[in-house]
Every structure is written in C-alpha cells, then in structure tokens.
Design a protein around this ligand. Structure first.
Ligand code: IVH
Length: 694
C-alpha cells in the first residue's frame, strides 16, 4: 500500500534514490501488464503521472539517473482488441523437475499411477522446451480455420490472421488429415533474426526487445498483421488439441504424422526407453543448447503411449504424463539496496530484496524474495551487500548468497521488524514451529485489508476488468471501497469516482459494466475469492463440489462447532481436506466480522450453485464414492482421478452420505461399515461397468 507521494522538493538524495527504484519497478510492471498481457491496471493518466514523477526526480538529482531506467525506454503501446477463443481442449502447462532425482521421481509416479511393475518399460519422448509462446491451430477439413494464443489455458485470443503470416504453418493439409485437427506448438524467433530485428528497430527509433521470446510475443500480438508478416517468426508443433479421430497410438507416431502433414517438428526429439536414456537425451540437448539457433529453457518429457496419456490425465492444469526438466537457473551479481517487508492478505510478513536492477537470463530483475526471517539470518543478508541472484523459469527471483568479500564496512545484521509496517504498528508474532511471522492485526490491519481486496478481484477470483490492484489501493485509501461488498455499490459513487484524476465518463461506465458482469459468480470462484487461509483454487473447488451451494457451505461451517459433530466430520472426510484446513475454514466462517461481510456480499451477489462440468451424462456425477481394499485394474490414484473427472466426489471414509463403496481385495472395516449403514457396495468390475470403463 503506498502513502501519498512526498513532494519532490522535500526528498533527500537517499529518499530520491529509493523512490526512483520504486518507480522503475512500478513502471516496468505496468509496461508489462500493458504491452505483454494486455491487462493494464491503471489508467493512462495515472501511468503518465508515474513517468512524470520519475522524470522530475531525475531532473532534480541528475546524478541518480541511470541508463536503462524508465526515461530511457520508448514503448509503442499495442492496443488490445483480439477476439476471444475458448479452446476446445484446454491448453495445459507443465510441471517442472530440476535434477536427475526429479526425472526418476517423474517416471516412478507414472509407474505408480498406472500400477506398472518395476521392470515394465515406459517409453518417454524427450524434446527441447522451446522458449517462445504457445499457439493453437485448428484445421477443419484440411483448412486452417482458427489460430489462437494460450491465454489463461481455457480462453485465448484469436490471432488467426497473424499466424497465417508464418510461412512454416501450412494453410491447407492433404486428404489424410482428420476432419478436425487441432495442433499446438511454440512460436519463436531465432536469435539471429532477433538481433537483426532489434537493429532495425533501433535504427527506426522503435521499441527494442529484451530477448527473442519477447520479440516473438510482441510480433505475434500485433493488431496490424502486416507488421507481423514482416517479422521472421517460426514454429515447432509438439502436441494435439481436439481430434475428430485418433490417428496414432504413440506420441512418437503422432510427431511423424505431423511431419507428413507438413508441420515443422523439432529434430532433436528423441524416443527413450529408460530413465538413463532420458537423462542422456537431456545432457545431449543441454550440450547443444548454445549452438542452437533459437532459445530453449529445458527438455520436455512425455509418456509415449497415448492410451497411457489418457489414463494419466490432468492434475491442476498440468498433465501427469509430461514434465519439463529445466536447465539450471541463471545467476548474476548485484547490490541489495534495501530490505522491505510485504504484508500478505493473511498477515504473513515477507521480506523482499530491493535490488540494483540487473539482467538475469534476459529479464531485468529488481526485486527478489527473501522468503522469511530465518532465511535472512541463515544467509546473513544485509542491506548494502553484494549478492548473487538467480532466476529459473517463471519462478520468483531469489537471492542465493552474499558475496562477503564485498561487504561494505559498518554494515549491520538485518533486524526483522517486531511490528507491522502499517500505520497501526501492530505487533507481529511467530507461532512455534512456523517459519512465517505474522501481523496480529488480522481484520484491523490496513495492509491485510487491502491485500484481501486485491485477492478478491484478482484473476482467478472475481477478475473484474479495470479493477486491478492499483485501483483497489487508491479506492481503499480514499475510503470508496473499504470492504468487498462496497465494490458492488460503486455504481452509487459515480460522482465521487469522476472527481478523481484519470477517470472519465467512459472509463467509469466501462468499470461499472465490468462489475455488473461479475455479480453472478460460480461458487468455487467465490470461495476462492474470500482469501481464507489454505483455501486456494483446488480446495475452493473441492468445497464447492462437496457442498453444492454457498448456503449449504456456510451453514455447515457455522455448525461445525467442535470436532465431534457431524458437520466437522463431514468436512474432514472430504478427500484432500485435513484438520488444519478445516480449522482455518471453521475459524473464518465463525468470525463475526467475516460473517457480517459475507452477509453483505450475499445481498449484492448471485452465487451460482456448483455445476459439475461436462459430466452431465455421467451416472456418477455428484455421487460420493469410497474406494477400499486393493484394486486390480487400476491403482487407487487412477481410480480416484477417473471418478473425479466424471463428477464424483471421492471420500476417505464411509458415512451415511456415501453412495457407493468400491471394494477391492482384502477390504477391511470400511466394507463392514458400508454394510452396516446399508450403503451400496460394488466390486471393482461392477464399478467399471457403471462408469462404462474397462
Ligand atoms: S507440451 C500438455 N512440449 O512450455 C503439454 N510444451 O511450460 C503442454 N513448450 O505452455 C505442452 N516446448 O508453451 C510442450 N516441446 C514442448 C514445448 C512446450 C515449449 C512450452 C509450451 C507450454 C509451456 C509449459
């Protein structure tokens, strides 16, 4: 949360320096949101104000001006205006492994999930992980009909015209392709083309790109396709989306078909039959990395058999049948200017390293997480230290170590504040056995209040267009929005908003429309938006699925007074919810302020009951199933994943609410209990018959 800016005339040189760092970070972030994500959080006027403040401070303290700062950059804004495309099959992301052990673990997890024997061979295709941006291409009757970006995986942007400018993408396929063929791949720019493009851009006084990936992204997401056409983009295809008919039995076979149909595939892909071969393939690709004409950031491993891929399925947006083995993190040395403390929505205090901006692996890094106070102590990190920072993939940059030889004289050990940095200066506390220190202000702490509101409107929660973190902060400071329900009463505050700089009739209408559009909200999103400790997207979904409506969830949580009552037992009986999460949930719902805030929200919103997606024709949708004993045709994990993918709830123990108990060999007390309660008992075979599987 930012305080009102101090007048520039009153800044000391030290303050000015800190302020320039902060502004550089903020401007950089807004540039990214605007140019790369098409998701600006502040108005153009507010953005201009930031830049003006930066320039004014630099003018007053010319010695502090550093090259590469915001005033050195000229960014030609790209307007947003692509149509949205809902992917027929979601575009998934990948889990990561970072070392040999991770590779063995990955293969073992596949073996375990499928219930294979230790000596059953598992073929794996290893392919370079191209550092570009993914795109989906849809062909109908052989003709390229639709091209889209990944977006959030479910909905992307329609960039068909731009993709058609890439010469390597065939516009028409031969007769042997399925009627509907969706393929996915990575659009990239070669390093040479990137350097040449930057030279041209510089000569023309245009934006220079930080790395080939950004150049490819910036080129592909041009509203004017004639600009894209002049950019040397390329593509490698590596997977399928929707297919009207299965054409191959293995991924390796599919790659061959892709080549036959005229798609470029990566020549370094390799079919491996053991973990050792997989690691050889990794070492081989890594050795070739610097000579490759394009950037790669790791090697992707995919289970070769497509029937196994189908059985393995997806776990929280990443397939179980693939993983990415990332190359080691890139490191760089810089100065740690200051340690600041961030307060999260649950009061957790996170120390942050404010760094002298530095390029690490093609990206400018100016902040890094220091995790917690123990970490600072263990590494003896001090303000003013020279430090090694590292960045691996999308992971938040980290401070690896201090370069002690370069430590300035007179530096002091960092003392973690005993008070919250907010105006209330609330004491902080660290519970025994916890690494996190928390502000004890809970609902009173202004930082926590703002962070909770930011979370409430964030992308996976209410996702209100035009109401990002920045606007929430200013609305909160001006007391226009002090609690979540206020957001839905903003329409009564039109005049108050209009008085604020940067808001015009049009932008207010747009914001209010965006808010109206979110008055109706799916239950799981709503539960996630509440920001309850330990209730992320996955748990929110579990709760939505198990309780069905918000009324039912709230009533159960308020009734779960002690651990012996049915409501509490039902809660911890949900497979995936343990006692610790249960305690946080119950505490949240029983806290009077929260109860009042919920009542307020309910009066403004229409919270939709949970709807199980795509399984309306499934006979087990909404049913509660317990698996017990050892199953023969599949492992317990596979059984559970499959039941859930068909809309069933899987519980850990049998109760009156259980619909089916599926018993394998040697089933013990659970089968007995089912019998006592009169719950339907199924053999594994009967269960498979029921769900129509084999
Ligand atoms: S497979 C379901 N293969 O990496 C599998 N992805 O971190 C989804 N990527 O979004 C992707 N090279 O943009 C796959 N050979 C490759 C890849 C690759 C690059 C990208 C892709 C994906 C991201 C996940």
């Amino acid at each position: 949360m930012s305080k009102p800016p101090k007048p520039i005339g009153k800044l000391t040189e030290k303050q000015a320096k800190a302020e320039l760092t902060r502004l550089a970070l903020e401007i950089e972030r807004h540039d990214r949101l605007y140019h790369q994500q098409d998701a600006p959080e502040i108005s153009d006027a507010d953005y201009d104000a930031l830049r003006r403040r930066n320039e004014a401070i630099e003018e007053r303290f010319p010695a502090l001006k550093h090259t590469g700062g915001p005033s050195d950059q000229v960014g030609a804004p790209v307007a947003s205006g692509f149509g949205k495309v809902t992917h027929a099959r979601p575009m998934l992301s990948l889990s990561n492994v970072f070392n040999d052990e991770g590779v063995h673990d990955f293969i073992e997890s596949v073996r375990k999930f499928l219930g294979l024997e230790a000596d059953d061979p598992i073929e794996i295709v290893a392919e370079p992980k191209i550092d570009g941006l993914s795109a989906s291409l849809r062909y109908e009757n052989g003709a390229l009909m639709l091209g889209a970006t990944r977006g959030d995986g479910a909905v992307g942007e329609n960039i068909t015209v731009n993709l058609k400018t890439i010469g390597e993408i065939p516009e028409q396929l031969g007769n042997d392709a399925p009627d509907i063929l969706e393929v996915r791949g990575e659009v990239y720019m070669s390093r040479d083309d990137f350097f040449a493009l930057n030279e041209r851009q510089e000569a023309d006084g245009e934006k220079v790109f930080a790395n080939p990936r950004n150049a490819a992204a910036g080129s592909l997401r041009q509203l004017d396709p004639s600009i894209t056409a002049r950019r040397p983009l390329r593509i490698f295809i590596y997977s399928a989306g929707e297919l009207s008919s299965e054409t191959a039995e293995t991924h390796w076979g599919f790659l061959q078909q892709l080549r036959d149909w005229g798609f470029p595939t990566n020549p370094l892909s390799r079919l491996c039959t053991s973990a050792e071969e997989v690691l050889e393939a990794y070492a081989d690709v890594q050795a070739k990395r610097s000579e490759l004409p394009y950037d790669i950031d790791g090697v992707v491993y995919k289970v070769n058999r497509l029937d196994w891929q189908r059985r393995l399925g997806v776990r929280s947006r990443a397939p179980r049948w693939a993983t990415a083995h990332k190359f080691p993190a890139e490191q760089a040395e810089t100065i740690l200017r200051a340690i600041t403390i961030q307060v999260g929505r649950t009061g957790a205090l996170t120390p942050v390293a404010e760094l002298e901006p530095i390029t690490v692996g093609g990206v400018v890094v100016s902040r890094a997480t220091l995790h917690n106070e123990d970490e600072i102590q263990r590494k003896d990190i001090r303000e003013g230290d020279a430090v090694v920072v590292q960045r691996a993939g999308d992971v938040i940059p980290q401070v690896v170590r201090v370069i002690e030889e370069k430590r300035p004289a007179g530096s002091k050990t960092f003392e973690f504040p005993g008070q919250c940095p907010c105006d209330l200066k609330t004491p902080t506390m660290r519970e025994e056995g916890e690494v996190v220190r928390r502000c004890t202000g809970d609902l009173a702490c202004p930082y926590q209040q703002v962070e909770r509101l930011k979370h409430f409107v964030s992308r996976d929660a209410f996702d209100i267009e035009g109401l990002g973190a920045k606007n929430i902060e200013t609305f909160w400071q001006d007391e226009i929005v002090t609690k979540a329900g206020d957001i839905f009463r903003l329409r009564d505050q039109r005049d108050v908003i209009a008085e604020r700089e940067g808001w015009g009739e049009q932008s207010i209408t747009k914001l209010l429309d965006a808010i109206e559009a979110k008055r109706e909200i799916p239950l799981d999103r709503f539960v996630y938006a509440l920001g309850i400790r330990q209730v992320g997207q996955a748990n929110a979904r579990l709760l939505a699925k198990n309780y069905g409506s918000f009324g039912a969830l709230r009533a159960a949580m308020q009734a779960a007074q002690d651990e012996t009552c049915t409501e509490y037992q039902d809660l911890i009986n949900i497979d995936g919810i343990g006692p610790s999460v249960a305690t946080d949930l119950v505490t949240f719902f029983q806290e009077p302020h929260n109860a009042a805030a919920l009542e307020d929200l309910e009066s403004e919103l229409a919270i939709q009951d949970f709807e199980a997606p795509d399984d309306s024709d499934s006979v087990v949708a909404g049913k509660t199933v317990v698996f017990t004993g050892s199953l023969e045709k599949m492992t317990r994990s596979e059984a559970k994943a499959r039941a859930e993918s068909m809309g069933a709830k899987v519980a850990g123990s049998v109760s009156k609410k259980t619909d089916y108990v599926v018993v394998g060999a040697d089933a013990g007390s659970k089968a007995k209990k089912a019998e006592d309660l009169g719950v339907e008992i199924l053999t594994e075979e009967a269960w498979l018959d029921l769900i129509g599987g084999t």
